[in-house]
Design a protein around this ligand. Structure first.
Ligand SMILES: [Zn+2]
Length: 122
């Protein structure tokens, strides 16, 4: 892949990363003891004033945040992995065979690790 193409995909990936990061921040925060990990935040609640219903709602919201965060974190890590591959010069090659991933596939999913043939074999 030439430098122009790499710049092009790097741009796409960085835009995606920033978008995912702001979505992550809306449901969670970076784990203070592990900067590579995100954790869901408990929605704000006045514990003293809350009745049982509010406590249940808040718990439900926390569980929802945890689920959303889990999905986002997977995507976020995939995008970071793709950016690492750009740095190490292996971007755009199938991780199963080392062959070039077709450009259309990268356009559709810039963080694809494999060609379509091996997409289900991870
Ligand atoms: Zn492949």
């Amino acid at each position: 892949m030439n430098t122009t193409d790499l710049e092009y995909f790097k741009n796409k990936l960085e835009t995606e990363l920033a978008k995912l990061e702001s979505e992550l921040k809306s449901v969670g925060r970076v784990n203070p003891s592990n900067p590579n990990d995100w954790e869901a935040v408990q929605p704000e609640m006045d514990v003293m004033a809350a009745d049982d219903n509010e406590t249940a709602d808040s718990l439900e919201a926390f569980e929802e945040n945890t689920a959303i965060l889990g999905e986002l974190e997977i995507q976020y890590n995939e995008v970071r992995h793709a950016l690492d591959k750009i740095e190490s010069g292996t971007y755009g090659t199938c991780e199963t065979t080392g062959k070039t991933i077709p450009r259309e596939r990268l356009e559709a999913n810039p963080s694809a690790r494999t060609c379509l043939t091996h997409a289900d074999m991870k």
